[in-house]
Design a protein around this ligand. Structure first.
Ligand code: SMG
Ligand code: MG
Length: 381
């Protein structure tokens, strides 16, 4: 459903930077606590100007098999050289839509592919004077903003933190859960705030043997439970979904359009979290959106603690018509005191504005980028 074809780019160089961005507060999930966001920023240098992307890996392979220094290696050793070779005048230049195909022979590493594709897409969109939102098919000027709340010291502390976000105006709360920190945490939030839009995310922390515990969550009227089981537990998710009234939403399991199609065919999910990084790019994300919309399955836009680059792109994606549930596209200041873009995303009446400028619609704050950079490399043709 994407709009008309974009101009190809002459890719001259790709700059990669590892950033360390301190978080305003620790973020705890079932797999650990982060206090600093480690992420890779991509700059595609083309004959017509630069484009920016973000590789949303984390320091360690805990959310998925990808991690920053694996991404750093595979990008420099294989993926960037393949793009540089393809993006020459002799080979007809590089179209953004061709990036995925050029990288396809290399198995996996979807977050890296997504970050590289976004940088090429941004460069091409800027050259064409078009916005990412318009190109992807956005139909909204603003989107409702949900917030993902990490596991806190105890349920009382969780209630305090949730209260702060509700006071800021977030329209939907997602709390992280894990075995032993599920029913009581959810009950505390429901007791404190009544019928707010509420959902939980387990990040694969359970097995089918926990079905009875997870069924206890049914009484809270949650919007959904996100990724209770392992990434490859598609059949077990279908079994679990039959035992729960709470809708099952898949995150980690949905690694591609094909994975989404399989999960829907097996009734493993009735809601889908779409993250461009996890599925190999924003163009694949749109294809998954289209599939789910056709199937009548609601989707929402997930988050990977993006910097202003990925956050702007997520806002564009989340403005597509099938994104009928509030996503994890929160304001930049939910995570960062200083973002790397000049106009970080803010919350306005519980909503986030979809950038309309060319490309991803935000400009890089060079000083902030330099301050956060701990490693930098530039690969040239
Ligand atoms: O970007 O607001 C955000 C984070 C949303 O909870 C979030 N992401 O499983 O959905 C998820 C997690 C993945 C990142 S955990 C470090
Ligand atoms: Mg999740």
């Amino acid at each position: 459903m994407t709009a008309s074809a974009l101009p190809p780019v002459a890719l001259q160089a790709v700059e990669l930077r590892v950033l360390h961005l301190p978080l305003v507060a620790p973020f705890t999930t079932s797999f650990g606590t982060e206090t600093v966001r480690e992420v890779i920023v991509v700059r595609a240098r083309t004959a017509d100007g630069d484009g920016w992307g973000e590789i949303v890996t984390q320091h360690a392979p805990l959310y998925s098999s990808e991690y920053t220094h694996g991404a750093w290696d595979v990008a420099q050793r294989f993926l960037v050289p393949a793009l540089l070779e393809r993006g020459t005048p002799a080979s007809g230049l590089l179209r953004p839509e061709a990036v995925a195909g050029v990288l396809e022979p290399f198995v996996g590493h979807r977050m890296v592919k997504a970050g590289l594709e976004l940088a090429v897409l941004d460069a091409s969109l800027r050259a064409a004077g078009r916005s990412l939102a318009a190109h992807l098919g956005a139909v909204h000027e603003t989107i409702p903003s949900g917030v993902s709340v990490g596991i806190q010291r105890d349920p009382a502390a969780l209630v305090d933190v949730v209260r702060g976000y509700l006071d800021e105006g977030y329209v939907r709360i997602k709390i992280k859960i894990k075995p032993g920190r599920d029913v009581a945490d959810t009950a505390a939030v429901r007791a404190a705030f009544g019928d707010i839009p509420l959902q939980v995310d387990a990040n694969s922390a359970y097995t089918l043997a926990d079905a009875d515990t997870l069924a206890e969550l049914d009484r809270f009227g949650l919007l959904l439970i996100e990724q209770p089981l392992q990434e490859d537990d598609i059949v077990d998710h279908a079994t679990l979904a039959r035992r729960l009234r709470t809708p099952v939403c898949l995150d980690e399991s949905i690694t591609s359009l094909k994975a989404a199609r399989d999960a829907l065919a097996l009734n493993a999910a009735s809601v889908v979290n779409i993250k461009a990084g996890r599925v190999g790019g924003y163009l694949e994300a749109v294809r998954i959106h289209d599939l789910c919309r056709e199937a009548g399955v609601p989707v929402w836009c997930g988050g990977m603690l993006e910097t202003g680059i990925g956050r702007a792109a997520n806002a564009a994606l989340a403005a597509l018509p099938g994104f009928t549930l509030p996503g994890d596209v929160s304001a930049s200041n939910r995570f960062y005191a200083r973002d790397i873009v000049t106009e970080p995303i803010v919350l306005e009446d519980g909503r986030v504005r979809v950038p309309t400028g060319v490309g991803i619609g935000v400009e890089i704050d060079a000083a902030a980028l330099d301050e956060a950079t701990i490693e930098r490399v530039e690969l040239r043709r």
